[in-house]
Ligand binder design. Structure first.
Ligand code: ADP
Ligand code: ZN
Ligand code: ZN
Length: 833
């Protein structure tokens, strides 16, 4: 063990480490004497795990008890001079592990960006902006060896250890990261590719007044080139401030001013100008303009005062404000107040709602004190935000669900916007947490306040207001004089009889689209299925192509001309002939966004139709490009999945068409009414702003359904009361807590037997609660794993939840120690959504 060998003395210290492995225990390592004075709780340390794996762990405690049964390995390196993870976080992580039935290691894995979790699988690449020949830094011999190799390829941590002949790499890597020479990333993830901007500047030889004078003489007979130089000097006053030339001018900016590209290229060729790239941070929106002065309306003022009043007696307040009521402006005021009193603020948004639209609005007010945490960010960017919070650079974070993991130490306010949204729930892998609920726990630990906001609150949250546990603030008017849209039902049964349906479109919806387009207004069409058609079948024998790995039919995608599984990504081509009866009559059944897009283009040939779903937004900026085009009015009709329902604020949308409301309503899940109500209300909210009232057309075969009636009337309270009664009758949340246990195995028989054994034992040990199943879930096989579900319904407030959870963990762990069930996997989902 090289330099660390040392005699045992009384002074030997040990540390309990949390490692990112799914084993429910801590690991003891020995602290080398050299580290005795530096070792701290919450610090990251590199250790060897097993025979060859190197991982990063977090030190949870320091003590002097040597482990009894084995000799502790040494900590290899300490990564920080200060703790990266604070005490409040460690308490939160422990709570999450207990509440969501997973290991602390799994929480840690989800919490830390991989750049903070250096391991033997970590990869190192050159920083994209780094150039060895131009760098002003001095490098050690080992650093140079590494940098030279990295010019040809990225290397794994373990390769570097071999290359440099040492296990103690971190000091070298840290030094190189500090000199912006390298970047760490995890190989499975995308590499860090920075966004760059092309700029131009005068070459050094022309960047003085004298040289410029000579230049003007030289190009006097070439007015176009003269224009270029003059324009450049207008923006960059090289004559008065020669140093300004170094930063240059964005090429785009120069070229927008009727400057010809060819004259500029000539000047570049003649060495007058030079081009260079700079890296622009993502979401770094340059807004030098003063923040707009917003005066709250009377209703907004009243709501804001009511929120403050509520916070005097409650930790949590729910702002139930209809779409377009101006909730964001109220948030902004509250955030400002919290920051003024020197506390941190976290503003949570659902994944898809975190667009440049909202970031722009916030950045104008909060500038560089605001950090953004987004899942499309590269790992390097996430590490930047993490450290920014740690070092107090960002007191305000706007982010998606994973921002609850950031190292806050003094939160004063957490806002959970669109609190009903299911993207706050992490489905897979563990921890299967709901960021809204974790936020409530964080608030308790930080003595902070929580504001939940929604136009369609979840039944659970609204119920808490009715119980007096949360404050309730209602905002029933849209901002300005805007009205809520009128909602109409297109009765598909009747229209079919009258033969007014064309393709998938009702006569009513087609007529309304036509009217809107004639008035130069925009249209949004919502259909919650992507692809061309969700199923294909043989008209003669009924054969349906199914996924080879999952128990689902394949979705036809016309664009790729392929059948695709939406669960595992399996793909095959559409057969010309039925494989069972050789018939060629193979037809598509049902319709997704792709088919609607196609039909719309046929019906409205002059209209620009755009589609927004997972398939068109996969690229990093795909989503934003589509939104920008729509915002600029380049798109007339936007067809999309639930991506079009969230938080977007457009001025010219007068019509929203909704497909397949019936499928949403009748989906087999106890939350289907709630979901349908939320989705339809949210997407309807996109219609009509300011002085223009909007219209919503819902296509349905069951126009008399009571849920549609409450939607027509925009009556949340009615909906809530009906739904709540139903939940009580059938023992569902908020009256019970659900815990869903899924048993997985590649062999159907073993999966069934294991789930039956587990269910029996649970029923014996927890006879006082209702346990349903095991039963096959709607999709009974995914990625070649068969699934069986067991559902526990725990009445709220009556039993000791912690004890029940302990029983679940014990029995599940026991189950997989039985020989025949050794490779069975058991997963628990607490408060499934
Ligand atoms: P919500 O989030 O409640 O659906 P928004 O906050 O998006 O509503 O507000 C709807 C629209 O009204 C936005 O365009 C917003 O800029 C505008 N708005 C809201 N409050 C004000 C105000 N006090 N002054 C000016 N414009 C406002
Ligand atoms: Zn057939
Ligand atoms: Zn599949």
């Amino acid at each position: 063990m090289e330099i660390f060998d040392q005699p045992d003395t009384v002074n030997t210290q040990f540390a309990e480490l949390l490692l990112p492995v799914p084993i429910p225990k801590l690991f003891t390592y020995r602290v080398p004497h050299a580290f005795n004075d530096h070792v701290l709780i919450g610090q990251r340390a590199i250790v060897q795990f097993g025979d060859r794996k190197i991982v990063t762990g977090i030190i949870l405690s320091i003590h002097q008890q040597a482990p009894k049964d084995y000799e502790a390995k040494y900590i290899l390196e300490l990564l920080d001079n200060f703790p990266s993870v604070n005490d409040l976080q460690l308490r939160l992580f422990q709570w999450m592990a207990d509440y969501y039935l997973c290991t602390l290691g799994e929480v840690m894995n989800a919490a830390l960006p991989s750049g903070l979790k250096l391991s033997s699988e970590s990869m190192v690449q050159l920083h994209p902006a780094f150039n060895l020949d131009e760098s002003n830094h001095a490098f050690s011999e080992k650093e140079l060896i590494l940098l030279k190799r990295l010019q040809h390829e990225s290397l794994a941590y373990s390769d570097i250890a071999k290359l440099l002949g040492t296990k103690h790499l971190y000091t070298i890597l840290k030094s190189l990261t500090g000199k912006e020479a390298i970047i760490l990333f995890e190989e499975v993830k995308e590499k860090y590719r920075p966004k760059t901007e092309k700029k131009i500047r005068l070459t050094a030889q022309y960047a003085t007044s004298d040289a410029l004078e000579k230049l003007f003489n030289l190009i006097a007979s070439k007015p176009k080139q003269e224009d270029v130089v003059l324009k450049y000097l207008q923006h960059v006053s090289v004559i008065h401030h020669p140093e300004a030339n170094k930063d240059g001018l964005s090429k785009k900016k120069l070229l927008t001013e009727e400057i010809s590209e060819s004259s500029l290229s000539t000047l570049v060729k003649n060495n007058v100008f030079e081009e260079f790239d700079i890296i622009v941070p993502r979401f770094d929106i340059q807004d030098k303009s003063d923040p707009p002065l917003i005066l709250l309306s009377e209703e907004q003022e009243r709501a804001q005062a009511a929120i403050f009043k509520s916070f005097e007696s409650h930790t949590v307040a729910l702002l139930h404000g209809i779409t377009g009521s101006g909730k964001t402006e109220i948030y902004i005021n509250l955030i400002r107040k919290a920051l003024d009193s020197n506390t941190q603020v976290l503003y949570l948004l659902p994944e898809i709602a975190l667009t440049t639209q909202i970031v722009h609005r916030l950045k104008k007010v909060f500038g560089s004190a605001m950090g953004i945490y987004h899942s499309k960010f590269s790992d390097a960017e996430r590490v930047e935000v993490w450290n920014g919070v740690l070092q107090g650079k960002f007191n305000f974070i706007v982010g998606v669900r994973s921002s609850i993991f950031l190292p806050f130490d003094n939160l004063g306010l957490i806002i959970v916007d669109e609190e009903h949204d299911s993207s706050y729930k992490q489905q897979d892998p563990a921890p299967r947490y709901n960021a809204r609920d974790v936020a409530l726990m964080m608030a308790q630990m930080h003595h902070a306040k929580v504001l939940l906001g929604s136009a369609t609150p979840s039944i659970e949250s609204y119920y808490q207001t009715q119980q007096g546990k949360y404050g309730l603030i209602e905002l029933n008017k849209r901002f300005g004089d805007a009205q809520l849209p009128q909602v109409m039902l297109a009765d598909m049964g009747r229209e079919r009889k009258q033969k007014t349906v064309k393709g998938e479109f009702s006569g009513l919806l087609l007529k309304k689209i036509d009217e809107a387009l004639k008035l130069k207004e925009q249209v949004i069409i919502f259909q919650n299925r992507r692809g061309y058609s969700p199923m294909v079948n043989c008209e003669d024998c009924g054969w349906v192509p199914k996924c080879v790995n999952c128990a689902v039919s394949l979705t036809y995608h016309q664009f790729r001309n392929a059948l695709v599984c939406h669960y595992c990504g399996y793909k095959e081509s559409l057969p010309q002939q039925c494989p069972t009866c050789t018939s060629t009559r193979i037809k598509t059944v049902g319709y997704g966004t792709e088919k609607l897009e196609e039909e719309l283009s046929l019906h409205f040939a002059e209209a620009q139709v755009q589609r927004m779903d997972l398939d068109t937004t996969r690229s990093k900026n795909g989503y934003e490009t589509i939104i920008d085009q729509f915002e600029r009015g380049e798109t007339n009709i936007l067809v999309g999945t639930q991506m079009v329902t969230k938080g977007l604020d457009f001025d010219h949308v007068s019509l929203v068409g909704i497909f397949n409301a019936d499928r949403m309503i009748h989906f087999p899940d106890f939350r289907s009414y709630e979901r349908a109500f939320q989705l339809i209300t949210q997407v309807s909210g996109r219609a009509g702003r300011r002085d223009k009232p909007g219209l919503v057309v819902i296509q349905t075969s069951g126009p008399d359904h009571p849920l549609l009636k409450t939607i027509l009337k925009h009556n949340y309270k009615d909906f809530f009361n009906t739904e709540l009664a139903d939940r009580q009758l059938h023992d569902y949340p908020p009256f019970t807590r659900l815990i869903e246990i899924t048993v997985k195995h590649t062999d159907k028989k073993i999966c069934k037997a294991a789930s039956e054994t587990l269910a029996d034992q649970l029923k014996q040990n927890l006879s006082y609660i209702r346990i349903l199943g095991p039963g096959e879930p709607a999709i009974s096989k995914i990625r070649n794993q068969f699934l069986m579900n067991i559902l526990l319904k725990v009445p709220r407030g009556k039993f000791d939840l912690a004890n029940i959870k302990k029983t679940i963990v014990t029995l599940s762990t026991q189950l997989v120690t039985e020989k025949e069930f050794r490779s069975v996997r058991v997963m628990a989902d607490v408060d499934p959504m």
